[in-house]
Write a protein that binds this ligand. Structure first.
Ligand code: NAI
Ligand code: 15L
Length: 270
């Protein structure tokens, strides 16, 4: 098969040792000449076409070196669940500032930021929201992602760095429960979305909900049509199996009322 066009020369993937980083690592290699992988956790040996730069996002000097020489970034690194605020502060807030400041200093023009549906987790599952609805974070984790989205806007307005803030729903091999029938994003659709964000001619500062073509959805992506993302997968093929192995939700449970699911009652972590 002919190799598709490459979007960038040296593409940086942070959080490369995590679940989504592991899924994107082989997929993104076709999209660039050199894929630089970074994490604070071990990444194994570099394969052909790969570079490995270990860095803690909270370490500004290490992040600066990690970004040097890259022309675009897919930023997945950070704490991915609700956690004590001091840890979130370092990994997700200080880490994001370090990343954007390094991007500015090294002339990076485009970033795909792994935001989360937990930026808007306190909207109800009976509501449909779009990118213009105000954030309603469901915890410190969601709040840190809201900060990241605003940080990206600042660096676009002041420095012209384009960002796609991808509010990922639930990206796993399969939906794990009934909620994820609405929030699921397949790994292949995640890659399609990241590739669209990297290659669309004009990205600006954009917010896009990361979901597959699921019949049940709470999110309207009509403000992100300029990205050109067309999901090819759907949670619908898993529906019968998910219903068979899970019981009906308690409709008085906040986890069933709000879009953030169980995240809305995680913690409190101070
Ligand atoms: P993950 O927890 O599996 O991977 C995150 C990676 O970031 C880990 O390899 C971890 O070592 C690294 N990391 C954490 N703190 C770090 C630090 N201070 N310095 C350097 N690296 C650090 O998470 P996953 O599922 O792969 O998610 C990737 C990104 O996508 C995260 O930012 C997460 O918040 C976001 N996301 C994921 C969703 C999903 O369904 N998987 C849903 C919504 C958002
Ligand atoms: C997230 O933001 C988490 O990173 C992920 O682990 C999932 O729990 C996902 O949201 C979700 O809402 O299902």
């Amino acid at each position: 098969m002919e190799k598709p066009f490459t979007t960038h020369h040296r593409l940086l993937l942070t959080g490369a040792a995590g679940g989504l980083g592991t899924a994107l690592r082989p997929r993104l290699k076709a999209d660039c000449e050199v894929l630089r992988l970074s994490d604070k956790a071990a990444l194994g040996a570099a394969q052909p076409g790969e570079e490995i730069v270990l860095a803690d996002l909270a370490d500004a000097a290490a992040v600066n070196a990690m970004v040097a020489g890259c022309d675009a970034i897919v930023h997945l690194g950070g704490i991915s669940v609700e956690a004590p605020f001091p840890a979130i502060l370092q990994a997700n807030i200080v880490g994001a500032v370090n990343l954007y400041e390094a991007a500015r200093q090294h002339g990076v023009r485009r970033i795909v930021f792994a935001s989360s549906n937990h930026v808007t987790g306190f909207y109800k599952q009976s509501e449909t929201i779009n990118a213009n609805h105000p954030p309603r974070p469901d915890g410190f984790y969601g709040l840190s992602k809201a900060f990241g989205e605003d940080l990206a806007r600042l660096y676009f307005d002041r420095h012209g760095i384009e960002t796609a803030c991808v509010r990922i729903g639930s990206s796993f091999p399969e939906p794990k429960d009934r909620r994820m029938l609405a929030t699921w994003l397949s790994f292949d659709d995640l890659h399609r979305l990241v590739r669209a964000c990297l290659s669309t001619p004009v990205l600006g500062h954009s917010i896009v909900f990361g979901m597959s073509n699921n019949a049940v959805t709470w999110w309207d992506n009509s403000h992100a049509r300029h990205i050109g993302f067309v999901p090819q997968d759907s949670s619908d093929v898993f529906r019968d199996a998910v219903y068979a192995r899970t019981s009906a939700p308690d409709l008085n449970d906040p986890a069933a009322i709000y879009q953030g699911g169980a995240f809305v009652k995680a913690g409190p972590f101070f």
